[in-house]
Design a protein around this ligand. Structure first.
Ligand code: DAH
Length: 341
């Protein structure tokens, strides 16, 4: 082989030792084999300067070198690519036996859960939702509900007045008036929302949540109320739960009742939760006072109705066995997680 060709071959062999990536192999290959600028390509162009009698040998030598270089560098390229692929596999390897990182999941607040549960139950009985406003006038919150100024029943609720006319509603009962003013019977609504009273101890909070129910139609009596309550307590506290009505007083209902259900903890035999009585007070209710119907332009000779009001925090405290209402407002994640378990 021509000395020059041998020198190029050595140059390729030695140079290849230095190559580390397929990219470098590609560049190196170009340096020798590129048709126009590569060293072997240029050798072909030299052909015209070779004496004619030596041309055949020279051409053969260059060709052999080219075939060898293609083969040698091709093989190197294949090896280099295989090595690179292997490196990629190694670096991207996922250890599926590693324990997964746990992420804490958010949850609805117990009050929201109970509110949604109650809405589901009553919606299933055909109640529509009416959401009133948290700021009310004295008229809707009291006067129209048969509690005029100076009525002793106003003392039952310590009110946050914003002005002589406006106040933070103390009861969702205000929603009854809005609905009855706008709509003639039949009426069947549920009004959930926040209410406010200047009251603060272990079982009372200045802000809490109530749910008001109102049914008005022809021929509605206390029996309809009792029937609906029986269904309701079975759905929320279990099939064996019973109800009982005790006489009470609310200005907007006549007669008024306090509703108890048989203790869902002991089944009625007496325990700590029901203070040994076997019964737990769950809500206030009654037959809508005729004066309230008339205040809203509904003829009390034709129509009658029943209403009820449930405290959601109280329901939650009973359900979760909590004796301090503050636990429901402090957003302590440790407590909330326990309640959701
Ligand atoms: N509004 C009453 C309260 O906040 C609860 C209530 C009692 C609502 C009797 C009613 C009812 O609709 O009939 O204490």
């Amino acid at each position: 082989m021509n000395a020059n060709l041998e020198q190029i071959k050595q140059e390729i062999i030695v140079g290849a030792e230095e190559l580390n990536t397929s990219r470098e192999v590609y560049e190196f290959k170009k340096k020798f084999l590129d048709g126009k600028t590569g060293k072997i390509g240029l050798l072909m162009k030299e052909m015209k300067n070779i004496p004619p009698e030596e041309r055949a040998d020279y051409g053969k030598g260059v060709n052999e070198l080219k075939v060898w270089a293609l083969d040698f560098l091709g093989e190197l390229d294949t090896k280099m690519k295989a090595k690179e692929l292997q490196n990629r596999y190694e670096s991207e390897k996922i250890d599926i036996s590693l324990p997964a990182e746990t992420t804490t999941e958010g949850n609805l607040h117990p009050i929201t859960l109970i509110r949604n549960h109650l809405i589901d139950i009553f919606a299933g009985m055909g109640f529509e939702i009416f959401e009133g406003t948290e700021i009310e006038t004295d008229y809707y919150n009291f006067t129209a509900l048969n509690t005029p100024q100076d009525h002793p029943a106003r003392d039952m609720q310590d009110t946050f007045y914003l002005s002589p006319e406006f106040l933070l509603r103390t009861q969702t009962s205000a929603g009854q008036i809005h609905v009855m003013e706008k709509q003639q019977p039949p009426i069947k609504i549920l009004s959930p929302g926040k209410v406010f009273r200047s009251d603060d101890d272990a079982t009372h909070s200045p802000m809490f949540t109530q749910m008001e129910g109102l049914v008005v139609d022809k021929g509605i009596t206390l029996c309809d109320l009792q029937g609906m309550l029986d269904e309701f307590v079975k759905k929320i506290y279990g099939e064996d739960t019973k109800t009982r009505l005790r006489p009470s007083y609310f200005p907007f209902t006549e007669p008024s009742v306090e509703v108890d259900c048989s203790c869902f903890e002991c089944g009625g035999t007496g325990c700590k939760l029901c203070k040994g009585t076997g019964w737990i007070e769950i809500l206030g209710a009654g037959v809508v006072n005729n004066k309230v119907l008339e205040n809203c332009g509904i003829d009390s000779n034709v129509y009658s109705g029943f209403a009820f009001g449930i405290g959601i925090e109280r329901t939650a405290m009973l359900k979760y066995g909590i004796n301090n209402i503050k636990l429901l407002f402090e957003s302590d994640l440790g407590v909330l997680q326990q309640l959701n378990d």
